[in-house]
Write a protein that binds this ligand. Structure first.
Ligand code: GDP
Ligand code: MG
Length: 169
């Protein structure tokens, strides 16, 4: 059995998009309805992808400190509305500036997909933006454990791909 690999993931996005809800759904397997939006927390979780164990350190960012983590960690982003769709582009530009790279392993996430009536961004639009970054795109609901798990596995695959450990899709 290979040794576990240590990986850091930062969950980045505007307030109230569901960063904490998705992180807690993944780590604890439950949907918490009201989580203090000012809390920034780090979680550890072991997950297995394609027979390899990954020891994850997850940073659920909140507020300004998020920029600091942007500079230090791999990332994934969330958005939930048109205006936040624009914010996420700004965040991504800042990230690339700060790390001085043209690409970092990223999954762009459209969360709250369960709120069908309030949908404003089509999946194709999210996919198009992610493609322009060379990133993956997924939609999720923090109410479903399955999509939360899929997201974090996807970011692992993106990191492995960046490290040259898995073939490009
Ligand atoms: P954060 O500020 O990005 O950490 O956002 P939170 O995780 O605290 O979520 C903000 C609000 O959106 C809370 O009331 C959550 O219950 C709610 N929320 C988060 N994710 C979802 C989701 O996928 N679906 C729905 N319907 N509500 C969600
Ligand atoms: Mg939060």
């Amino acid at each position: 059995m290979p040794q576990p690999k240590y990986r850091k993931i930062a969950v980045i996005g505007y307030r109230s998009v569901g960063k904490s809800s998705l992180t807690i759904q993944f780590v604890e397997g439950q949907f918490v309805d009201s989580y203090d939006p000012t809390i920034e927390n780090t979680f550890n979780k072991m997950v297995s992808v394609n027979g390899q164990d990954f020891n994850l350190q997850l940073v659920d960012t909140a507020g300004q400190v998020c920029m600091l983590y942007i500079a230090l960690h791999y990332s994934f982003y969330l958005f939930t509305s048109v205006s936040l769709f624009e914010v996420v582009q700004v965040l991504h530009d800042k990230l690339l500036d700060m790390v001085g790279k043209i690409q970092v392993p990223t999954v762009l996430v459209g969360n709250k997909k369960d709120l069908h009536m309030e949908r404003v961004i089509k999946p194709e639009e999210g996919k198009k933006l992610a493609d322009s970054w060379g990133a993956a795109f997924m939609e999720s609901s923090a109410k479903e454990n399955e999509t939360a798990v899929e997201l974090f596995k996807r970011i692992i695959l993106e990191m492995e791909r960046a490290d040259g450990n898995v073939a490009s899709e």
